[in-house]
Design a protein around this ligand. Sequence first.
Ligand code: EPU
Length: 440
Amino acid sequence: MSPNSTFHVRGGRPLRGEVTVRGAKNLVSKAMVAALLGEEPSVLHSVPDIRDVQIVGDLLSIHGVKVDRDVAGGTIRMDPSAVEKAHVVDIDAHAGSSRIPILFCGPLLHRLGEAIIPDLGGCRIGDRPINYHLDVLRNFGAVVDKREMGIYITAPNGLTGTKIHLEYPSVGATEQVLLTAVRAEGLTELTNAAVEPEIEDLIAVLQKMGAIISVQTDRTITIEGVERLGGYEHTAIPDRIEAASWACAALVTEGDVYVRGAQQKPMATFLNVLRKVGAQMDILDDGIRFRHPGTPLRAVAIETDVHPGFMTDWQQPLVVALTQAEGISIVHETVYENRLGFTDALNQMGAHIQVYRECLGGSSCRFGRRNYNHSAVISGPKALHGAEITVPDLRGGFSYLIAALAADGVSAIHGIDLIDRGYESFRDKLTALGAEFWED
Ligand code: EPU
């Protein structure tokens, strides 16, 4: 389908059936970057067929990595034995819509002595600066030079282990430290690190390659640099964001969906909230079944946070579910300053959501008393009706889809292709669940 096509959904049908989630987008892309650090080939399993994987695969290829992908089988083999410099125009052309190039820096500095970061993409959910990443690289001894074509980074004296404290436990900055420190000279100590399950899984990948990394209970990560890393063979952890998205879709449409691959432990915080909302679930070894209770859903107050808190990426699908809950729900977004913009379209569809600058319902966060609408008050239940809407970003986009599936009448959704960045075969999955949609 062309990027300009419109996706029409006739809502009002409960989603019923089974979907399978494969490897997490936010691990797979990083594990692919890690392969660059090795002297031998790496093999990653459970790789989903999403656009972000294609982007990272292309970026690896233009740097001389031989990438062989079995899309249907979900396996990708990466041979980095002939890593080479890429042309800046090629990096720019392949990276345009992703933030991943920033994570190539450490590995490329180790392998080639230089790295170039073009203008970065990613979802427009806040400023999404890269200052932590550049500070981290400087800490290891890299020289950062901002040029017209992008940011040019070199390491004239090599990279040396260091002490780093993150002012905020950023996922990307933690990964930047890991991917750089594993082959830096000496010891690195990172405090206030992010410890999301995807980061634990990246650490597992790096350990298989020969890295020495320990994680303390106070979120300090210590890395002892090694001279050489080998390859790895690894099965990615399942995508807990996609799993939660289907769970909310089941709830909002009053359906019943078995999400094969959904895992209890990395989703524990989400499952607690969904229980409070009233969802019924069967938590099994190979997946979780989510279904509507048949009675009104209940309002909740939540606050997004770093792990083990409620993920910011679960927030948007949950908000759609909360439009159907009885009473007033409060959502305080503390990870991104601008991740509630998608609520305008939900209001257009009949929801009643007001956003506030204040930190509502929980502790005060770094966005309080500033000009950021980062708290939402949702009054429900409100019947949703079809509307014409445009996908704003990946997670917001999937939430629109959920809202459209629950709404009365037909919705016309523009820009649906953005969802292909992170939701594997969502059209096939919708069909399997009995949704009615068409594209033109
Ligand atoms: N931040 C800075 N400076 C930086 C980096 C981050 O101020 O240099 C701020 C961000 O603006 C944000 C906060 O720190 O307010 C947290 O950002 P973080 O670095 O943790 O996010 P990220 O690594 O860019 C990843 C995921 C996001 C997910 C966040 C939080 C990937 C590719 N992306 O982003 O996923 O929301 O962690 O868990 O792993 C998505 O999948 O749709 C998505 C946006």
